[in-house]
Write a protein that binds this ligand. Structure first.
Ligand code: KIV
Length: 271
């Protein structure tokens, strides 16, 4: 008999039940094995391999350039580090918008080769066919409304979305459609808190907010932002839990000094 206690894995059904029980859902991004291991050990319910990897890992200005092969690679790395959390991977720009066959192919690759438990895609009624096709194939889909960074060149700005009535109404009707199509959850990014509350109360699937206030059913942040590795990004919604940029550059400069002054390695650090 195994001495190890069984880890209870989080599933889409767990998240559904958490909303029902009014227990908040936690989600963070990860793009690599080591980070995923720490984030999972910290107890988050879900890990997102976001296409923000394009910004954070690769240094691109937008999320558009990252490819499906690159997202699959990041997902494979994360999967090897996770024991408990539900693993959701973004389908990148251009891999699901053109037609539903292509969308399904992309989602299948992400599940088969990447090892994700679910995929996330951005948009509402415009991608209805793609969502239907992926869900019908048995692949869990997380929606994403509000500020959808893959449409940055359409928006022209990363400012708060859906402040005007028309956009807010479309967002609410898209959220209802995503629920109807069978999405298991939905990210609400950078929208007014009162609209996120209204959406969260109007649908039975969980809403995961980023810059969308307290009344979402859960919260998601980009890991590198919340541990303070990324000094150049300070939106109002971001809470920094560490200042790792300062810690790490400080440690590196101490190491440089120690080597230059022949302080490192000392006798106990040598064979
Ligand atoms: O790519 C990403 O990290 C995301 C989150 C900001 C929700 O989509």
């Amino acid at each position: 008999m195994s001495v190890h206690s069984e880890i209870k894995k989080i599933t889409t059904e767990t998240l559904r039940k958490m909303k029902f029980d009014k227990e908040k859902i936690t989600m963070l991004t990860a793009y690599d094995f080591t980070t995923a291991k720490m984030v999972d050990a910290g107890g988050v319910d879900s890990i997102l391999i976001g296409d923000s990897a394009a910004n954070v890992m690769a240094g691109f200005e937008t999320t558009l350039p990252i490819t499906l092969d690159q997202m699959i690679y990041h997902t494979q790395c994360v999967v090897r580090g996770v024991e408990r959390a539900l693993i959701v991977a973004d389908l990148p720009f251009g891999t699901y918008q053109s037609n539903s066959e292509k969308a399904l192919e992309s989602a299948v690759r992400m599940m088969k080769e990447g090892g994700a438990h679910a995929v996330k895609i951005e948009g509402g009624i415009e991608i209805e066919d793609s969502i239907r096709k992926i869900v019908n194939a048995g692949i869990p889909v997380m929606g994403h409304l509000g500020l959808t960074p893959q449409s940055i060149y359409k928006f022209g700005t990363y400012k708060v979305r859906a402040k005007e009535d028309a956009e807010a109404e479309k967002l609410l009707s898209d959220a209802k459609l995503l629920e109807e199509l069978g999405c298991f959850a939905l990210v609400l990014e950078k929208i007014p808190a009162n609209l996120a509350k209204k959406v969260s109360e109007s649908i039975s699937i969980p809403t995961i907010g980023i810059g969308a206030g307290l009344d979402c059913d859960g919260q998601v942040l980009v890991y590198h932002d919340m541990v303070g590795m990324n000094q150049g990004f300070s939106p109002k919604f971001l809470r920094r839990y560490l200042d790792l940029y300062t810690e790490i550059t400080g440690a590196v400069s101490q190491y440089v000094k120690d080597v230059k002054t022949a302080d490192f390695p000392n006798k106990t650090e040598s064979y």
